[in-house]
Design a protein around this ligand. Structure first.
Ligand code: ATP
Ligand code: MG
Length: 738
């Protein structure tokens, strides 16, 4: 890659559009361009233009105050420009990222209102894109690509830290550092995003856990509900079947009791009818009966009296007959003496009694008759009867016979009447017996009926109870099972209802614990889960991005370290080489200063640059120290060098850097100003050597330097303060001069 063209318009003294063309390299060697001209002609403005188009922001380096100071400010004969524009054309840029063409035109334009614009190949870009392009093209910015007038020893007067930055430019690690910077930025963004995502996840996690538990419970609900429903169907089905069976049995018993009680009632009725009939009928006959009976009784009594009378008469008659018979038998026997004495004694007592009675006037005729009879009897027994008087008379016999007939007639009638009475008594006794029997039977029937009725009532109560229970059960079933009542009523199995009851209570409790299905909860859970999953995924992505970026940073860091230490060694070597050429001897060295060497400052700096803190470590190089001792001298501090020595040391270092990490081009504005003639020649030799790899644009007043150039551009300034460029090829010019 090399510079092909520089075009300026409205930039400082270049009011008109002015183009400087540079030669293509020949046989691998770059042409050296020298810009010459009188003081104040605008040579340094060319260097400024190149610095400016490459994105320089420092107005100090551009020798101005305000940004718009670079715009042509006008003069007596020329109006000021509205804008400044510089365009730099690079040729042979293949291999640079984002550049599809073989040429790259970098341009910068600034208007008076401050509006600024960068473009690459006419396409507006950001400054960062320009930086990236330059870094890839290995064009350093802070460094030596443009060494301003009087700034050649800047590398010596700069602080070790500034020098380090300069070296980074030089060692070609800038693109890597840029990449590392971007990676670090990405790291920070990723970390921030990760923290934020983790924070959000942390915020929603507890709610999500709660929701997950809820939804899990809700998921169980279906299973519990199904089991509960089945358990309830089995439970109620079994109860229903049992009760149905009980109902049938109770109905059967009830019907039986009803029939029995009816039959019993009928039987009782029949007996009652009989009783009523019996109670109505017998009374009238009784009256006549008793009348008849009393007549018969009267007759009976009369007959008995008559029989007694007949018997008495018969007895009298028979007695007389007997006596007659005895008399007729003639066998008289006197009474024994003892008896006679006894009977006379009795008579005597009776007479005494009689005498007493007569004395009292209460004389009893019958008693006297009795005494008389007794005494006559005794007399008869003591006298011997006359034989004729002793024979029974026929009349007596007849009388006895008549009496006997009468008696037998009376006895016969009496027997008949007695029989009749007996029959009558017997009859009424039987009737009474039948009545009582009926009465008993009625009572017993009533008792039985009462028993049967109580049985029937019990059966009715039982039936009603079972029916009520069935109704209650059905009501419960409808309430509990709803549409599943049919399933329970047709349940075929037989379950243990006690166990089921316990299980049903458990399941209901479980359902209560689970709670109702809340669609909003499910929706909220799904929403939260979606968000959570998304965040988790994002976190995973971020973490892996973080790892990758960290890895990238580490790799870059490693690469930077490797590359810079290699380059540093190389620069050190070349520094010595060029130092010796320029000074014709002497010693010089470069020394890296590590973070641990400069603790305080480094740490403070690290704080402000916390992006880089991750890759901060005590061994990190933070500065470069320079030592230079010209031949024959002992001093080591570069501060003690003369102006020319400073310039040569600086040139040696810049040359060493260029040799190590060639920049595509370099602009040197009067770096040879302080050199004596001999040293100018040495300088020219070095430039020629380095032109192998670097394109030189050298602003100079030195002849020797001019002679090293292939092309000369003469800058002149006109009266109106506008620079003009005269192009002059050396090969062509030389013959003119010669
Ligand atoms: P020397 O050989 O002395 O270093 P030079 O050729 O390098 O001189 P420059 O520094 O390039 O000269 O030019 C400086 C001139 O440019 C000054 O005269 C200054 O007035 C002029 N100049 C700087 N900025 C502007 C501007 N914006 N508009 C017009 N002229 C400007
Ligand atoms: Mg100048």
């Amino acid at each position: 890659m090399f510079l092909k063209e520089l075009s300026l318009q409205g930039f400082k003294t270049f009011a008109r559009k002015t183009t400087l063309r540079f030669l293509d390299p020949q046989n691998g060697t770059h042409a050296i361009t020298a810009v010459v001209g009188p003081n104040g002609s605008g040579k340094s403005n060319v260097a400024d233009a190149i610095r400016w188009v490459l994105g320089e922001q420092s107005m100090k380096l551009l020798r101005g105050k305000a940004a718009t100071d670079v715009i042509f400010s006008g003069s007596d004969g020329k109006a000021r420009a509205g804008f400044a524009e510089v365009e730099l054309t690079f040729a042979d840029v293949s291999g640079i990222e984002g550049i599809d063409f073989s040429e790259a035109r970098i341009s910068r334009r600034l208007y008076r209102d401050g509006e600024s614009q960068y473009a690459i190949n006419g396409k507006t870009v950001r400054l960062a894109d320009v930086h990236m392009f330059l870094a890839q093209a290995n064009v350093g910015q802070k460094s030596y690509s443009v060494v301003g007038q009087g700034q050649v020893d800047h590398v010596l007067s700069a602080s070790p830290e500034e020098r380090k930055s300069f070296f980074d430019d030089a060692t070609g690690v800038k693109p890597l550092q840029l990449k590392r910077h971007q990676a670090a930025l990405k790291l920070r963004r990723t970390r921030e995003n990760l923290e934020q995502a983790e924070r959000v996840v942390q915020e929603i996690s507890p709610r999500l856990t709660t929701l997950r538990r809820l939804v899990k419970h809700l998921g169980q609900r279906d299973a519990v509900e199904t089991e509960l429903n089945n358990a309830q169907i089995a439970y109620f089905g079994t109860l229903w079947n049992d009760l149905q069976k009980q109902l049938r049995e109770t109905e059967r018993v009830h019907d039986l009791c009803e029939a029995t009680a009816d039959k019993q009632a009928q039987a009782l009725q029949t007996e009652r009818d009989r009783m009523a009939h019996m109670e109505q009928a017998p009374i009238e006959t009784d009256d006549t009966d008793s009348e008849e009976i009393s007549t018969i009784q009267v007759r009976y009594d009369a007959l008995q009296e008559k029989r007694t009378e007949i018997r008495e008469r018969l007895f009298e008659a028979q007695k007389r007959f007997e006596i007659a018979k005895v008399k007729s038998a003639n066998t008289w026997t006197p009474l024994p003496l003892s008896m006679i004495i006894e009977r006379i004694g009795a008579l005597s007592s009776a007479l005494k009694l009689l005498k007493e009675q007569s004395a009292h006037g209460t004389l009893n005729a019958r008693a006297m008759d009795h005494i008389l009879e007794q005494s006559e009897e005794l007399l008869r027994r003591l006298q011997k009867p006359a034989p004729e008087s002793q024979k029974p008379s026929a009349e007596l016999v007849t009388s006895i016979r008549a009496l006997q007939t009468q008696e037998s007639a009376v006895v016969t009638e009496l027997a008949t009447i007695k029989q009749a009475l007996h029959d009558h008594a017997e009859k009424s006794k039987n009737e009474r017996k039948a009545f009582f029997a009926l009465q008993n039977s009625l009572l017993s029937l009533q008792d039985q009926l009462r028993v049967e009725e109580s049985k029937r009532n019990e059966a009715r109560v039982n039936l009603a109870r079972v029916e009520t229970r069935l109704e209650d059960l059905e009501h419960d079933m409808i309430e509990t099972l709803g549409d599943h009542v049919g399933a329970a009523k047709t349940y075929k199995g037989r379950a243990n209802t006690d166990d089921l009851h316990v299980r049903i209570q458990q399941l209901r409790h479980k359902l209560d614990m689970i709670g109702g299905i809340d669609e909003e909860t499910v929706a909220e859970y799904e929403e939260a889960k979606k968000r959570h999953d998304y965040l988790e995924e994002q976190i995973a992505d971020l973490v892996s991005a973080l790892r990758e970026t960290e890895k990238l940073v580490d790799e870059l860091e490693e690469q930077i370290k490797k590359q810079s230490s290699q380059a540093f060694a190389q620069i050190q070597k070349q520094f010595e080489h060029y130092f010796k050429i320029l000074f014709g001897g002497g010693t010089c060295s470069l020394k890296e200063i590590c973070a641990k060497d400069v603790e305080m400052e480094a740490n403070e700096e690290a704080d402000t640059e916390n992006l880089e803190s991750r890759i901060e470590n005590p061994n990190r190089v933070i500065g470069i120290e320079i030592q230079a001792t010209p031949p024959g001298k002992r001093l080591k501090s570069i501060n003690l060098l003369s102006g020319g020595e400073r310039a040569m040391t600086s040139i040696a270092l810049i040359s060493a850097i260029m040799a190590t990490n060639p920049s595509p081009f370099v602009v040197l504005d009067e770096v040879d100003a302080a050199l004596d003639e001999a040293n100018t020649h040495r300088f020219a030799r070095i430039v020629e050597e380095l032109a192998q790899t670097t394109q030189f644009i050298i602003i100079t007043h030195n002849q020797a330097t001019m002679r090293a150039a292939s092309v000369l551009y003469g800058i002149s300034i006109q009266d109106n303060g506008v620079s003009q460029v005269l192009s002059l090829k050396f090969e062509e010019a030389e013959p003119v001069e010669a």
